[in-house]
Each structure stands twice: as C-alpha cells, then as structure tokens.
Design a protein around this ligand. Sequence first.
Ligand SMILES: NC(=O)c1ccc[n+]([C@@H]2O[C@H](COP(=O)([O-])OP(=O)(O)OC[C@H]3O[C@@H](n4cnc5c(N)ncnc54)[C@H](O)[C@@H]3O)[C@@H](O)[C@H]2O)c1
Length: 279
Amino acid sequence: MVNRLAGKVALITGAAGGIGLETTVLFLREGASVLMLDISEPALERAVAKVHELVPDLKSPQFVKTKKCDVSKESDVAAAMESLDEHGGLDIMFNNAGIMHAEDDDAISTSERIWDLTQAINVKGVWFGCKHGVLSMRRHKKAKGSIINTASMVALMGAATPQLAYTASKGAVLAFTRELAMVHARENIRFNSLCPGPLNTPLLQDWLGDDLQKRHRREVHFPMGRFGEAIEQANAVLFLASDESSFVTGQDFVVDGGMTKAYVTGEGPPTAAPKNNVS
Ligand SMILES: NC(=O)c1ccc[n+]([C@@H]2O[C@H](COP(=O)([O-])OP(=O)(O)OC[C@H]3O[C@@H](n4cnc5c(N)ncnc54)[C@H](O)[C@@H]3O)[C@@H](O)[C@H]2O)c1
C-alpha cells in the first residue's frame, strides 16, 4: 500500500534511532512529511543521511527536516512545533523519545537524580508533545489528528529486573494518554499508547548489559522465541497514525509478540524476524 499518509505533516521525537527512525522511513514512504527531533545532533545528521538514501525521491511539498530538541524543555518542543506553521501545522505527533538509564534500579538503589531525569524526559516530554501538538492542530483548524505516545509493556507487567523510574514513567504515559483521548475525542484528535515488548535496540541492550541479557534470555518468556524489531513497532505506529485507525483511540496498543498474554510458552526454534530498513 502507498500514500496511507499522503499530505500529512508528522513530528517524531527520538527520531535519530530505533523505533523513531524506522517510523520516519515508513511515514515518508507513505507520503507524509516528517520533522525528526532528537537530543543528539550528530545522531540526527547520520539518521537523515540514511533516510535520504532509503527514500531518495521526495518531491516538494513533501519534506524531511531535522531539529535538535530536548523534549524535557518546553521551549524546545514549542519552537519545533511552531516551525511547522509554515507547512500548515501538525497532523501526526509521535512522542517516542525516552530513556532507560543504566542506574535505574529498585526502590532502594535508584537515586532521586535518576528518578527525576527519567520522569522529565519520559513523562514531561510526552506531555509537552501532546500539549503543543494539540495547540498546533487547533491553530491550523485541523479536522482530525493522531497522537501516539510510546509507553512500554512494563507499564502492564511487573519485572524482577527492576527499572523503577522507567516503569513508573511508562505507567504515567499510559494513564494520561487514555485521559487525553477522552478529553479530545470530540475534536477528532485521537490519542493512543504504543506498548512495545523488548526489542533489539541499543536502548535495551545497553541497559541489560551482558549479565542481565543472559538472565533475560533465560527467564523471560518469549512466545515467539525472539526479541522484537523496531520495524514491527513502526508498522503499528503507521496504522495508528493513518486514517485506517479512525475509530481507535484511548488504546494501550501492545506490540510484544504475545508476551503480555503468555503463561506458558511453547518450544521450538524462534520465528523469523522481519528486516529493519535501517539496522
Ligand atoms: N527498546 C525497547 O526494548 C523498548 C521497549 C519498550 C519501550 N521502548 C520505548 O520506545 C521508545 C524508543 O526506544 P528505542 O528502543 O527506539 O530507543 P533508542 O535509544 O534507539 O531511541 C531513543 C531516542 O531518543 C533520543 N532521546 C533521548 N533523550 C531525549 C530527549 N531528552 N529529547 C529528545 N530525544 C531524546 C535518543 O537520542 C534516541 O535517539 C522509548 O520511549 C522507549 O522507552 C523501547
């Protein structure tokens, strides 16, 4: 299918890697224009070079742009949103940037600094994206809009490999996304949470380290026998962003290979994973 997002303007945070970058490529291929935001300028430069390689034939008015933005700073998010005014304002917001800090641990060991940093990016950053996303849609009198916030499977299930600040932050995203869906339903601005299961991305691998990774593989039940890939999340985001999901709002959209539904998992070789566009 092509042109599922024809003419739409999208903003993606945490777009320099992983889920955000795969989503950028899919959105562009489906006809959307994309403003890629990330805190890391060098990573954004590398990412957009890859995007141009994969989607070489963008024709005006379709565009892909980058902008450095720390989502925990409201002025950064507001400025990024205002830069879309010349393009007719926002249609799709993907609040995807998030951190899982290496020092995030249990209730005893997690420092207040790590707690506050995690909430500032993962919760406040998503709130700012929702707030300025709605303001842009209103400014430009949009008849509809879609806002997708990345939560996590850990907002739904407990894990004995603690990351308390992260889990709390994703629980908050899940809860306020549902509420915003109700608040803005009659404006036809849909809000959904994406709840990814564990993925093959640096975010998780860095946090797990070697020992935890082994423990994870030993103790975690993967019904499909493998971690997920970023493109599998990006495809779900594409559906939630497009008009195909026009009656889907307020949902915890779980993309986890069945993990949150598993009690006992089967045996056998892992299923084949799709290939990411980027890595
Ligand atoms: N990887 C997983 O297993 C997994 C599982 C569940 C949920 N998630 C969530 O998915 C989202 C994307 O994760 P990913 O795996 O693609 O990770 P990633 O680390 O590849 O991408 C996250 C991006 O966010 C950017 N970022 C970090 N802090 C920022 C800030 N303050 N402002 C703007 N950008 C910032 C990073 O530079 C990075 O490019 C995150 O919200 C994460 O919590 C990931």
